[in-house]
Design a protein around this ligand. Structure first.
Ligand SMILES: C[S@@+](CC[C@H](N)C(=O)[O-])C[C@H]1O[C@@H](n2cnc3c(N)ncnc32)[C@H](O)[C@@H]1O
Length: 279
């Protein structure tokens, strides 16, 4: 394990557990024993939220017994969603606060036997060769300066015939900041769909499809904006990712503008590791 890999300052607040537990209690939910759906949008830290997570799960046909690797699993909202479909999920993430809280939430949802959360970097997981049927990487690429090393690790971990779904914001890095994943351009690594496809091919994957999600994502962002306008003071804390920092409103405004202008395109890129599933 690479234990010296630093957590992301951008994602570390020290207050997330308190905020998540307080939000659950304010919704009348017991944080010690609850259903994953009761966290609603709070633990899905990507554009399109829970709806996008379901789209990824359906596209990759994640179901009962699928061994899923979630690279950059965050607070574990997607992992719990996959586990509710019967998948066996291993999530890796470098942000200690997320990994610790994800484990606690998994246990409090009685999903800790279906999900293993590890504090490891995506390029060096220490996991066994060919041990997964599917991998996902959701809104992590914008933090990855070296995508090829992560794609090479995912290739190693997947069995022949396995699928890899990348749901990222693709486009240009020349944007107005802050963005939810970075305060400034130097800490952001947005790349084009062509760059992703090239890096996947170089790692040995066959790119099998791409789906743009701009319309769906803008609908979700618009609903959030309307709710914010209607509620301002008492804005429903479970309606949007709870990890957003103090600059959250500015980051969300920049994000909406960049998606509307198509500088950023929310896109699911599908790839597979060539070969037949071992008997
Ligand atoms: C925007 S969040 C997305 C979290 C989650 N995939 C989701 O959709 O809810 C990006 C996540 O990637 C993680 N991350 C960034 N770089 C990473 C790396 N090199 N290895 C593992 N995790 C990483 C961050 O700690 C953070 O949890």
């Amino acid at each position: 394990m690479n234990s010296i890999e630093p957590s992301f300052d951008r994602y570390t607040s020290g207050t997330l557990r308190d905020r998540v537990f307080a939000a659950l209690r304010s919704a009348g939910v017991n944080p010690q024993a609850f259903k994953p759906a009761e966290l609603r949008e709070a633990d899905h830290f990507h554009t399109g939220g829970l709806q996008a997570t379901s789209f990824v799960a359906n596209s990759l046909e994640l179901g009962a017994g699928t061994r899923v690797l979630d690279v950059g699993a965050g607070l574990g909202g997607p992992a719990r969603c996959f586990a509710m479909r019967g998948a066996l999920v291993t999530g890796v993430d470098i942000t200690a606060e997320f990994v610790d809280l994800a484990r606690e939430l998994d246990a409090n949802c009685a999903l800790d036997r279906s999900i293993t959360m590890l504090r490891r970097p995506g390029h060096d997981t220490g996991l066994a060769d060919a041990s997964f049927d599917a991998a996902v990487l959701m809104h992590v690429g914008m933090n990855l300066a070296d995508k090829p090393s992560v794609f090479a690790e995912v290739w190693r971990l997947l069995r022949p015939g396995a699928v890899f779904g990348i749901y990222d914001l693709m486009g240009t890095n020349n944007l107005s900041y802050p963005m939810p994943w970075a305060e400034r351009a130097e800490a952001s690594f947005v790349e084009s769909a062509a760059d992703y496809a090239g890096a996947l091919a170089d790692a040995g994957f066959a790119v099998t499809g791409q789906v743009e999600r701009t319309v769906e994502v803008l609908e979700v962002l618009e609903v959030l904006e309307q709710m914010r306008g209607a509620l301002t003071a008492g804005f429903d804390p479970l309606a949007t990712p709870l990890v957003l920092r103090e600059d959250g409103p500015a980051a969300m405004a920049n994000l909406s503008a960049a998606i509307t202008s198509r500088q950023l395109v929310p896109r699911l890129m599908l790839a597979s590791k060539p070969g037949d599933r071992p008997a």
